[in-house]
Design a protein around this ligand. Sequence first.
Ligand code: SF4
Length: 486
Amino acid sequence: MSTGDSGEYYSRRIGMPKYHHAICINPYYEESSGAMGFFPPTGLEYIASALSTCVPRVTIADLRHDSEFRPGPSLSDFIRSEGVDFIALSVNWEFKFDEALDLVSFLPSEIYTIVGGQEASVRVDEIMNRCQNVDCVGRGEGEEIVIELASGKPLTEITGLSHRLNGSVVHNENRTVGPMENLPQRDRSLRRVTYGIKRYGVKFVSGELDTVMSSRGCPFNCKFCSFNRNPLGKKRDYEERSAKSVFREIQSLEADLVFFVDDNFFVNPKRVEKLCDLLIENGVKKRLLAQARPDIARYPVLLEKMKRAGFKILLLGIESAHDWILKDLNKGYTTAQLREYFDVLRKYDIYYHGYFIIGNIGETEEEMLEIPRFADELGLDSISYLKLRALRFTAIKDIVETTPGYYTTSRGFVYSDRFSMEDLRQIGKKIRHEFYTPKRFTKALRKLVRIKFAARRDLAALLFRGPLAHYNRRRQKRSKDKEAGS
Ligand code: SF4
């Protein structure tokens, strides 16, 4: 029932059920990362699982995928007809924040409503003012807050809660959250939809996808990073679950594609090695994906075990092809070290995707355009570039704000007198075109098949829906333009 002893931990705190049917809503119809909207809403599922320890019925409504809740009145109809008496919403992103609040404010006002999540934690007053039907906002991690709330603890005693009192909003003091091992086990039976890796609307990798959170926090201090902070902006202390506990969770999953959503999964290589041993010894066969730092190459024994345990894809934050930028971003390695790391990484048949940042402070176009050549030299299978973002609570935000000629958009993207957002987009396009030659694209797809991450037929479907369809559209447009001109 629980990760560690969390079931007992929570049940000690529960009285008679105060509410009978809670709905946990992901109030976004689109994903902030566009085509990557295939992950289950991990945080919301933890909230739902926590609630299920004290509310008899819990429903998760992931509006991105659940066709019953497409835009329109269907969500409110469901809430009224199914006897929902507690609503929890997770407002995590600045992206589509207004749309999310519009949706919140149209929910039935007679039902007790709490809003939580990353963005909600720092925009409490705005939410309370704009959505008069919202009774309270949970700031920071919300599992313990919703349990106390649903168990009837007096509002004034719930730390981390902002609530209405006599016509004003009262902010209780911040909450110190308990250790990770106290989190309730994620109850995946609450899900109404299944998840899979999609691109261009096609599920191009067969199998169900799930996420696992095995640790929180990261001891590094990359200046642009907001992942290693809690929703209140405080840097998290690194904490991890034991290899055994993570193993048990993976073993219990129906999905055979498992993505680790940790900020930095490989902080403790010994723990990952032990997890690999457990997966290998027990014959658990999953396709595993994780984000990593390239310096994982310092542990070749671990890499060998990872390959045997089913790690197929590593997503690596490379960030730049230039030492001065890596230093400015405080990445903790140089380009020479990156070359050494990849000399090791290339020996293991794992698919490596590299992330790069463009538009760094002081970076020239020529320097950005070095990315494809450097990525090729390292032997990356695929790359993506991200425009520099200066998000709330990050060190880079202060730097951007004090650097003349640099600005941020409302979503935190950095642009400058020298490079507008459109200029950066065009540079990004050049990087993509130079890197993704037909030969490289084919090679990457072949590798995905060879390492048994994807099947040949799935990739064919992807090609027809994606790049080939795109190519045909461009060809048709060109010939139409030609006809119009002649
Ligand atoms: S290593 Fe990754 S998670 Fe850690 S601070 Fe840097 S970017 Fe953030």
